[in-house]
Design a protein around this ligand. Structure first.
Ligand code: FES
Ligand code: FES
Length: 173
């Protein structure tokens, strides 16, 4: 592809959190960049850009996915959800409330992706053990390494106090 061809733009229309957004972008525009830079939803973060860290996690047709690994143009006709779609009318939903109560974030960079991962996980495993939760989080890197309180928050959202509750805070395990 020539440089000029690479700069051609097309209209891309995506449904994000139930609303339709059309932007004039290059065909190679990544979903993460479309959401964050073209639409302006800043909670979808970008880290490694090659599918490792998980901070770009969104939902595509109800399943979590790395938005840095998808071209926006290929997702027309699909339903995209970001963390902004989690709470209705500005009210925190139960996981967000649990993160608030357990102080389960430090810088917050990983938090939107962790919330989406945890919500999907709890839908499939409503009564998880702490080790189940840790396994579910293995694809989401927290640079602040505050996993203990994240595990406690997810346990709280599931309706129980986490075993981690008595093991202190902020470790990297
Ligand atoms: Fe997508 Fe790291 S930015 S996985
Ligand atoms: Fe800082 Fe997870 S809270 S990266």
């Amino acid at each position: 592809m020539s440089e000029q061809q690479g700069r051609q733009r097309v209209d891309v229309t995506l449904s994000i959190n139930g609303k339709s957004y059309t932007r004039h972008v290059e065909p190679r525009r990544l979903l993460a960049d479309f959401i964050r830079h073209d639409v302006g939803m800043k909670a979808t973060h970008i880290g490694c850009e090659h599918g490792v860290c998980g901070v770009c996690t969104v939902r595509i047709d109800g399943r979590t996915a790395r938005s840095c690994l998808h071209f926006a143009v290929a997702l027309q006709g699909h339903e995209i959800e970001t963390v902004e779609g989690l709470s209705a009318d500005g009210r925190l939903e139960r996981l967000q409330q649990a993160f608030h109560e357990e102080h389960a974030l430090q810088c917050g960079f990983c938090t939107p992706a962790v919330l989406l991962t945890a919500e999907e996980f709890l839908a499939e495993n409503p009564s998880p053990s702490d080790s189940d939760i840790r396994a579910a989080l293995s694809n989401n890197l927290c640079r602040c390494t505050g996993y203990t309180n994240i595990v406690k928050a997810i346990a709280r959202a599931s309706g129980r106090e986490g075993e981690a509750a008595s093991s202190g805070t902020g470790d990297a395990s």
